[in-house]
Design a protein. Structure first.
Length: 349
């Protein structure tokens, strides 16, 4: 099969890989229908995080089950499935409380499973899914091809945007600021609108992303950053600050922006993968009574909640994919996102 390998900084290659097979009774082998490049993949691509030795990459996919191990009963060959970006056992304390991303036996694409066995990346033609019984989510068919991009977002970015909104306590009585206009930030706008927020301020300097934010439910756009950004938020809100800020970048600057944008007693929902050393000023949080919640999204918990809205067309998060290319052109997908020529690249095996 063909799969994407990261060899180093800005060095993405597509090459032949061994076909995956069932290694444990809890495994499934999935043929990838669509995968994509994530903003978090760019940290290693840009060298902001050590990319390490050559490794298979990608953690978002939807596909069709080809084989299952003897312990797998919830899916069967031929089923269309969504895989969240992390694998979970479904039975540990964290999983029982819905926090599947914090599973005691959590495993990831491009790494090793709890048995120490390698797992390919999601950016490939096929992959082995460990803990398939509690990880994979079947989607009732037939599947309309037009829904494939939206379904793919549930594996990560839409679930992650939703996690930001849930962690921030977004509801019909909350004014929201969204920091970050990548795919996760845009999905956070959509999630906040879905949860009924009456005022959603998207912080963005890019016209195409601003337009998508408005289509997703943003009521206002702020282009400024830092103190000027906070002042712009206050001006929009009649001298007040937002109830909630959703931080979807993961840098020190984006966290400062989020903290400065919320009122005393407000909340931060953060889902940006930390990069560049963001730190929380505990004294400021204490003085302002600001609650910070969030982290790695439990996508496996959210997918069943969000799936009906995607299938019914009530939300269309697949619009974040403004570049769709063959798997063989994965390097261009990375470059386009790195250079901000694309919001998010979908890869067709």
């Amino acid at each position: 099969m063909r799969g994407v390998i990261q060899y180093g900084v800005r060095d993405i290659r597509v090459e032949d890989r061994p076909d995956p097979r069932i290694l444990t009774p809890g495994d499934a082998v999935v043929r990838v229908v669509a995968a994509c490049v994530c903003g978090s993949d760019l940290w290693g691509y840009r060298g902001l995080r050590d990319p390490g030795p050559p490794h298979p990459i990608g953690h978002e996919l939807i596909g069709i089950v080809e084989q299952v191990g003897d312990a797998v009963t919830v899916v069967k060959p031929g089923d269309f499935v969504i895989s969240p970006f992390s694998f979970s056992d479904g039975s540990c304390q964290a999983c029982r409380h819905g926090m599947t991303s914090a599973c005691d036996h959590v495993a990831y694409f491009g790494s090793n499973d709890p048995d120490g066995l390698p797992v390919d990346g999601a950016q490939g033609e096929r992959t082995r899914i460990p803990m398939a019984e509690s990880t994979l989510v079947p989607v009732p068919g037939p599947i309309d091809d037009a829904l494939i991009p939206g379904l793919l977002t549930l594996s990560d970015v839409m679930s992650t945007g939703h996690h930001a909104a849930v962690s921030g306590g977004v509801g019909p009585d909350t004014t929201v600021v969204v920091v970050g206009d990548g795919a996760v930030g845009l999905c956070a706008v959509l999630a906040a609108a879905r949860l009924g927020a009456p005022r959603i301020i998207a912080m963005s300097r890019h016209a195409d992303r601003q337009q998508l934010a408005l289509a997703f439910g943003a009521t206002d756009i702020v282009e400024e950053r830092g103190d000027e950004g906070v002042a712009a938020v206050k001006a929009l809100l009649g001298g007040e600050l937002a109830d909630v800020a959703l931080e979807a970048v993961g840098t020190a600057e984006s966290m400062r922006q989020a903290l400065g944008s919320v009122r005393g007693g407000g909340r931060i929902g953060y889902v940006g993968v930390p990069a560049g050393g963001p730190k929380l000023p505990v004294g400021y949080l204490f003085d302002r009574n600001i609650t910070v919640g969030g982290g790695m999204a439990p996508a496996r918990t959210y997918i069943p909640e969000l799936l009906p809205d995607v299938l019914a067309g009530r939300i269309d998060p697949g619009r974040v994919f403004d570049l769709q290319i063959p798997l063989e052109e994965a390097a261009e997908g990375y470059a386009a996102m790195d250079e901000r020529r694309a919001i998010k690249a979908l890869l067709w095996p």
